[in-house]
Design a protein around this ligand. Structure first.
Ligand code: ADP
Length: 376
């Protein structure tokens, strides 16, 4: 199924490209400008549409047109620079040595647009590839070089992982020594508040380094979830047991509700970590004598799992940003409660790695964090 049954007009080709690019994020301004310039040029102009090679040459991103045999029939300079070779007349596979790109191109030639991130073995580059079907069994290819961006991300992740790993040894030595001091050794009365302060901060530092390590592992793709059908209510009850002692210190009422036999497709450890993070927050931010309720329910073929508290709620202006690293709605309260600002970022990553999503709803009467997962 080709999108166009005839030669595409400039607007049509650009709108296909725009849709493909939009799926990967906003269209770069340079492309929007180009679209507008080309659209102006197209309006009733003697001589008709510019040719495909002319359009491709005018594009600022690396772009090319592939024919039905998978050969380059038009390519611009940025594309040839990215691939490090002249490509006109050559096959896509031969020029890039990427079966993944060739596969995406065949799909586009058959009428299915594709947008993927991949490594091209030929030029050894990481690229974002967008392929859009054109008329007469041709396809438009746009490549974005992501190599440098990926390298920088890797350096940042490695640095964070190494730094947090290195921090663990001194932090646990401090925690151990402080614990010994507090558990029975003779200690001057005036010294006690200071030693307790060291204990609190050592704990915070420990939490921070382990959260950072978790996050960098999640971002690096090192963690691969093992998905299996799990009893939703049972999984919630198990997580609740892990935080029961902490909740008891504030006399919080804990409840689990859900139909027996409801199954959720998830990784058991990852789901437990999500629940523990959400419960930790609910306990941290809910005043004494409040209530925390976990609910599992089936909704339209999916499973909705929620943690609701009777805490102070979160103002609407913060709600969208809570899942960003180090974003805190109330920094003072978070730090005082020993928060790292990373718990919800970890929850979001873990949910996405399991094909799920996480949402928040909140009012001054309390907050509800809910997950939507596939039914198991
Ligand atoms: P933190 O370690 O600071 O709790 P999180 O990433 O877990 O970090 O949460 C981010 C912010 O979201 C918190 O600092 C807090 O402002 C807000 N928040 C999270 N859960 C709740 C909740 N149950 N009630 C009120 N505020 C919450």
């Amino acid at each position: 199924m080709a999108i166009f049954g005839r030669e595409p007009t400039l607007d049509e080709a650009l709108s296909v490209l725009r849709r493909r690019l939009d799926e990967k994020g906003p269209l770069p301004k340079s492309l929007v400008d180009l679209g507008q310039r080309l659209a102006l040029r197209e309006s009733p102009r003697p001589g008709g549409d510019p040719s495909l090679p002319e359009m491709v040459a005018a594009m600022p991103d690396a772009a090319a047109v592939i024919d039905g045999a998978g050969r380059f029939i038009a390519a611009n300079r940025p594309l040839e620079m990215l691939l490090g070779a002249k490509v006109l007349g050559r096959g896509l596979l031969e020029a890039t040595r990427s079966h993944e790109l060739a596969d995406a191109a065949w799909r586009a030639l058959a009428g299915w647009p594709a947008s993927r991130e991949m490594t091209l073995p030929g030029p050894n580059k990481v690229v974002g590839a967008l392929l859009a079907p054109l008329s007469q069994a041709r396809a438009l290819l746009v490549l974005r070089d992501l190599t440098e961006q990926k390298r920088r991300e890797l350096v940042r992740r490695d640095f964070i992982a190494n730094a947090s790993h290195e921090l663990r040894t001194p932090v646990s030595a401090i925690s151990g020594a402080v614990e010994t001091l507090l558990s029975g050794l003779p200690l001057a009365e005036e010294a006690r508040p200071f030693v307790e302060m060291i204990a609190r901060h050592a704990e915070r530092l420990g939490n921070l380094s382990s959260d950072l390590l978790d996050l960098s592992r999640l971002e690096s793709g090192e963690f691969r979830p093992e998905m299996e059908p799990l009893d939703a209510t049972l999984a919630m009850s198990v997580a609740l047991e892990l935080v029961r002692a902490k909740a008891a210190e504030k006399k919080l009422e804990l409840r689990v509700e859900g139909p027996p036999g409801l199954r959720v497709l998830a990784d058991a450890r990852a789901l437990e970590q999500i629940f523990v993070n959400l419960l930790d927050n609910a306990i941290k931010y809910t005043p004494a004598l409040g209530r925390i309720t976990m609910v599992a329910e089936a909704r339209g073929g999916k499973v909705v799992l929620s943690v609701t508290d009777t805490g102070p709620g979160i103002e609407p202006r913060h709600q969208q940003r809570l899942f960003e690293r180090f974003y805190r709605a109330d920094p003072g309260r978070s730090r005082a409660a020993g928060g790292t600002g990373l718990g919800l970022a970890i929850v979001k990553h873990l949910a996405q790695l399991q094909g799920g999503e996480v949402f928040v709803e909140s009012s001054p009467a309390g907050s509800r964090f809910w997950l939507r997962f596939t039914q198991g």
